[in-house]
Design a protein around this ligand. Structure first.
Ligand SMILES: Cc1cc2nc3c(=O)[nH]c(=O)nc-3n(C[C@H](O)[C@H](O)[C@H](O)COP(=O)(O)O)c2cc1C
Length: 357
């Protein structure tokens, strides 16, 4: 059977695969446009998107704003017909300003997690962009839906459900992750589909539910479609592509990783995160990693008390200075064997999924 397209209101993505936003600098215009050109949805990570700008060290806000505008323009130029989104973490400072900049540039989709995007409909009012919270439980989508309904007369246009195998920050407790006591992604997806049903009825619209975290093959995609998901979001597999915006060293760290290398670490964002174990992680555990300069990136981060600067650590990693950097990763990275073009990856995923369906 053919893979069903992903419909988000009037937007139709021919292939129901969203490339997850990956910060800092891992998913920019090169990766996002390549995915969009293959019929999926390409997503720019807004996290410190201006890290390569000349004034990033002195004026991160302006540098990020300028880079966000130019990355959206470039993605559109490279993929004029594609669907493109931004990923923004609620935990970031200047959240509303960043979202507004993307909306003004005509972004199609705003995907937002790492916190509760409770005010997103207010910020996006009057724009055509679709709004998508990322959640890791049905409890959280119920909470967001209730607030959006009561305060803004709005229901989510799409929901991304991120399970315990995902890369980057994780919406579970450290203890549950380490002791493997979390619900499975399949279980959470089923519950979220149920939880949003009343809002689909009230707002007379379909709210597609997207599964994310640990999805690796086309067969995995088919299983989630059969379960009732409208599509999937994938991160780790897109890192091992030619078009991924990270350095070659970063991509090779994925290819060279083994299961023993994949660790759950504490992030200054206040959530656990999955990363590749390296000298940086052990040096932080030993008390190194003190802050050289604060980039004022995260709400509530206290430069005095933070064990390390997350912006600095992620920038070092994406540039390829791996021993000074924090390498975010999904649990499946050790399965990667080579770096391939996005076209080949998308073709393989669609073929496998259609053979299974
Ligand atoms: C290197 C890396 C960076 C990520 N950065 C972000 C981010 O900035 N914001 C976010 O919401 N998710 C982030 N994620 C999560 C992805 O968007 C995606 O949902 C997740 O990786 C899916 O799981 P998978 O990697 O097993 O496919 C990141 C993931 C990776 C691997």
């Amino acid at each position: 059977m053919k893979l069903p397209p992903l419909r988000i209101g009037e937007l139709t993505s021919r292939v129901p695969i969203i490339q997850g936003g990956m910060g800092v600098g891992v998913s920019l215009s090169s990766l996002a446009s390549a995915v969009a050109n293959e019929g999926g949805i390409g997503v720019l990570s807004t996290a410190q998107i201006g890290y390569q700008e000349h004034d990033f060290a002195t004026n991160a806000f302006e540098a990020n704003k300028r880079a966000l505008k130019s990355e959206i323009k470039r993605t559109r130029e490279l993929s004029p017909k594609g669907i493109i989104g931004i990923n923004i973490m609620v935990a970031m400072n200047n959240y509303a300003e960043v979202v507004t900049t993307a909306l003004e540039e005509g972004i199609d989709l705003v995907i937002s997690g790492a916190g509760l995007p409770l005010d997103l409909p207010k910020i996006a009012k009057g724009y055509k962009a679709k709004l998508a919270p990322i959640v890791s439980s049905s409890r959280v989508i119920k909470l967001i839906s209730k607030v959006w309904d009561n305060k803004y007369d709005y229901a989510a246009d799409l929901v991304v459900v991120e399970g315990p195998q995902a890369g980057g920050h994780l919406g579970f407790s450290m203890e549950d992750l380490v002791e493997k006591k979390t619900q499975s992604l399949k279980q959470i997806v089923r519950e979220v589909i149920e939880a949003i049903r009343p809002y689909e009825e009230k707002y007379n619209k379909k709210i597609p539910v997207i599964a994310a975290g640990g999805i690796y093959t086309g067969t995995d995609i088919a299983e989630f479609i059969e379960l009732g998901a409208a599509g999937v979001q994938m991160g780790t597999r897109f890192v091992a592509t030619d078009e991924c915006d990270a350095s070659l060293e970063f991509k090779l760290a994925y290819i060279d990783s083994t299961d023993e290398d994949i660790k759950i670490v504490k992030s200054p964002v206040g959530m656990p995160a999955r990363a590749i174990n390296n000298t940086f992680i052990s040096s932080v555990a030993e008390g190194a990693g003190k802050l050289a300069k604060c980039h004022l990136c995260i709400k509530g981060c206290s430069p005095k008390n933070t064990p390390y600067c997350i912006t600095e650590a992620l920038i070092q990693a994406v540039k390829g200075n791996l021993e000074k950097g924090l390498i975010f990763v999904g649990s499946n990275a050790p399965r990667l064997k080579k770096i391939i073009p996005v076209k080949e990856l998308m073709g393989e995923l669609v073929m496998e999924a259609e053979a299974t369906l």
